[in-house]
Design a protein around this ligand. Structure first.
Ligand code: NDP
Ligand code: GDR
Length: 341
């Protein structure tokens, strides 16, 4: 019988790539969707025709228990979250509930449905659990590159909520013997990236300027450095972590770091534009506390999982610019709230 996976966050960037990858592996794929008339659900239906949907919300314990009972998954990938860092200052409590407590609710749903207690731990045939942890947990780093042993110092309510989910996943593994792991993923991008994140904001901005739809692009901190990879590669690492012989956490990234300024230069160059004529610095788009430098040490994943990134930074940026040029040339565009930092 085909293995069965349940993905929370199926309507997001990673959810779509992971679903495609698992379908390719012959999985029976289910996605958890929320809301009454969530417009992103119809997009998922079109993009991922073979995925089955089950209703549920990370804010609602009962709905997660019902979803696990109905789907009877072999693997659960918990990608659902409020994932935009600036939003986590504006709605810190909601972020804690969805991004942090949501992990507890999902783990409890698995524990209850599997009949696991402290005295009766997890056995063979158990549900395997993947938690989408983040390099944002490192925050203000004292060492670079960052690996699985680097201490956390999160700099946003989002990072704090992710750290809670991370430690809780570790704790359920240690308390109940559950196969529960976290991937500490560094920034990963694609043409499906949300328009509010800086890579997509820049590539959409470049495409609009190139096509004469805009003249300027307002940005915040150009000096922050990130380790940017391709989302299609990173979902494969999630899958590999759940196929491993032992339950362990892994850092996933490229091992290279670029500044936002370098991202801007690469994107404008890809369209043959001079960035200095169009980019406007905006103090209002700076964050209350910034993560200045992230750079992964993905050695453990390379050695133990055989995982390697395949798309270099410049190629990734060019891919996104090209895709946004095509999108806008077809008369489509994405709504963007320009007040978000
Ligand atoms: P997206 O923001 O694209 O997707 C987030 C998903 O979470 C959406 O499908 C959204 O569904 C869902 N969601 C939001 N609130 C709830 C809720 N209350 N109940 C159930 N689902 C909910 O994120 P990405 O795909 O980029 O990231 C996937 C995960 O990986 C996230 O947890 C993110 O924090 C984490 N991460 C991402 C990295 C990256 O660089 N992309 C790096 C490291 C970690 P809806 O359509 O209903 O809003
Ligand atoms: P990040 O991604 O916060 O790293 O979180 P984002 O793309 O939002 O920011 C990256 C860096 O760019 C700087 N920046 C701007 N960012 C945005 N969004 N808009 C701007 O105008 C702008 N100008 C400069 C930011 O200050 C920051 O330093 C992402 C999310 O996917 C998280 O969910 C995930 O956990 C982490 O990556 C790893």
């Amino acid at each position: 019988m085909a293995r069965r996976a349940l993905i929370t966050g199926i309507t997001g960037q990673d959810g779509s790539y992971l679903a495609e990858h698992l379908l390719d592996q012959g999985y029976d794929v289910w996605g958890l969707v929320r809301g009454q008339a969530n417009p992103r659900v119809s997009r998922v239906r079109k993009l991922l025709g073979d995925v089955q949907l089950v209703r549920g919300d990370l804010l609602d314990q009962g709905s997660l228990i019902s979803a696990v009972e109905r789907v009877q998954p072999d693997e659960v990938y918990n990608l659902g979250a409020i994932s935009f860092v600036p939003m986590s200052w504006e709605q810190a409590e909601l972020t804690a509930e969805v991004t942090g407590m949501g992990v507890l609710r999902m783990l409890e749903a698995i524990r209850v449905c599997s009949g696991i207690t402290a005295s009766r731990g997890s056995g063979p045939g158990q549900i395997r659990f993947y938690q989408a942890s983040s390099s944002e947990m490192f925050g203000q780093v004292r060492e670079t590159p960052q690996n699985e042993r680097t201490p956390f110092h999160p700099r946003s309510p989002y990072g704090v909520a992710k750290a809670y989910g991370h430690f809780l996943t570790q704790n359920y593994r240690e308390s109940y013997g559950m196969f529960a792991v976290s991937g500490i993923l560094f920034n990963h991008e694609s043409p499906r990236r949300g328009a509010e994140f800086v890579t997509r904001k820049v590539t959409l901005g470049v495409a609009r300027i190139k096509l004469g739809l805009a003249t300027e692009l307002r940005l915040g901190n150009l000096e922050a450095r990130r380790d940017w990879g391709y989302a299609g590669d990173y979902v494969k690492a999630m899958y590999l972590m759940l196929q491993a012989g032992t339950a362990e956490d892994f850092v996933i990234g490229t091992g290279r770091t670029q500044s936002v300024r370098e991202l801007v230069v690469a994107a404008f160059e890809a369209a043959g534009l001079d960035w200095e004529r169009h980019v406007v610095g905006d103090q209002a788009l700076h964050r209350p506390a910034e993560v200045d430098l992230l750079c992964a040490d993905p050695k453990k994943a390379r050695v133990q999982l055989g995982w390697e990134p395949s798309v270099p930074f410049e190629e990734l940026v060019a891919m996104m610019v090209e895709s946004d040029m095509r999108l806008l040339s077809n008369g489509d565009d994405l709504e963007q709230d320009s007040s978000w930092p």
